[in-house]
Design a binder for this molecule. Structure first.
Ligand code: TXA
Ligand code: MG
Length: 297
């Protein structure tokens, strides 16, 4: 199975994985996802020693984050070594690396003699999968194997942080909160723009999108409108077309349910989706980022 791409579970979202050091295997990922090659992939490792084989050096603050949060939903952008194929990094001098925190995939990575490059296992631009079935539903014709590791516990992609400048910079808000990162290494910059931002390639403004139009509004006003699906942060009206992300207002639970909720509404018999933003703190920032991108057409 050296040269093929397979679906793997992680704690954030399911990935479409192939041997990161084999450009032919990696090429399949781009083909299956219909992903533009200017959008670099994240390399997944199971042992800390593997990091030294992939990157030139590890800044002190990166080391501190590794000690505190790996395995976990944190991707580090570091200066790459030549073994990493250009296709993985889209020709950049840096590579994104993370150690995922999922028992099955961690074991797989520890047993394999090579790291795995893996983007989220969805067609480019669509909502990321948080269950094995989501991968089968969308890529089942092209992907022969999906390792079923159950439902993803975090539910949004990893936080991406770069160390190219003096002050570390967050390029994608994700499953590890800014507050957690700052509690270990102090202040960071946040630079999560989009299309035209060369530092966050692939962070397109329009992304994570359902096929049905999605926009911000007051969900309560549409509760009885059969054509409109709603996503509320908290509350009690959890019906098939009126969804709440967390009855108790817990942002971690809301993150865990976000993509599944968007996906199910997209597949249901409604015409559009109206959502409200969640509090801009903890994982709420990543949730709002995904909602904003899903709503941009
Ligand atoms: O949680 C996750 O990170 C999931 C799971 C499967 O690990 N993976 C994931 O991969 O979200 P993907 O391909 O959907 O997003 C990877 C993003 C790219 O779009 C790009 O924004 C950023 O990571 N990235 C990768 N390498 C980079 C680099 N060298 N410099 C800057 N950004 C990079
Ligand atoms: Mg993705």
């Amino acid at each position: 199975m050296q040269g093929i791409a397979v679906g793997i579970p992680t704690e954030t979202v399911y990935g479409l994985a192939a041997n990161a050091l084999n450009a032919t295997a990696v090429a399949q990922i781009f083909e299956i996802k219909r992903r533009p090659t200017f959008d670099p992939l994240i390399v997944h490792i199971g042992k800390i020693e593997q990091l030294n084989e992939l990157v030139e050096s590890i800044p002190q603050k990166a080391s501190q984050l590794i000690d505190a949060f790996w395995p976990g939903p944190l991707t580090l952008i570091l200066k790459r070594k030549d073994v990493v194929p250009d296709l993985v990094t889209s020709g950049l001098e840096t590579v994104g690396v993370r150690m995922p925190n999922h028992p099955i995939t961690l074991q797989l990575l520890q047993e394999l003699p090579f790291p795995l490059a893996a983007p989220s296992a969805n067609p480019f631009g669509y909502i990321s999968p948080t269950r094995a079935q989501h991968v089968v539903d969308q890529l089942g014709n092209e992907v022969q194997y999906v390792l079923d590791g159950g439902e993803c516990q975090i539910g949004v992609e990893s936080t991406i942080i770069s160390f190219e400048e003096e002050t570390p910079c967050i390029l994608r808000l994700g499953g590890l909160s800014v507050e957690s990162i700052e509690s270990v290494i102090g202040g960071v910059k946040i630079n999560i723009q989009s299309t035209s931002n060369p530092h966050a390639p692939g962070m397109l403004l329009s992304h994570y999108s359902p096929r049905k139009p999605m926009h911000e509004g007051k969900p309560m006003e549409y509760i009885n409108d059969a054509r409109v699906g709603t996503i509320q942060f908290q509350g009690e009206t959890n019906q098939s077309k009126n969804r709440i992300l967390s009855s108790t207002g817990n942002l971690n639970e809301a993150a865990q349910r976000l993509f599944k909720t968007m996906r199910e509404l997209d597949e249901s018999d409604i015409e559009k989706i109206v959502f409200e933003f969640v509090p801009e703190e903890g994982l709420g920032r990543a949730i709002n980022d995904r909602l904003r991108r899903a709503a941009t057409k």
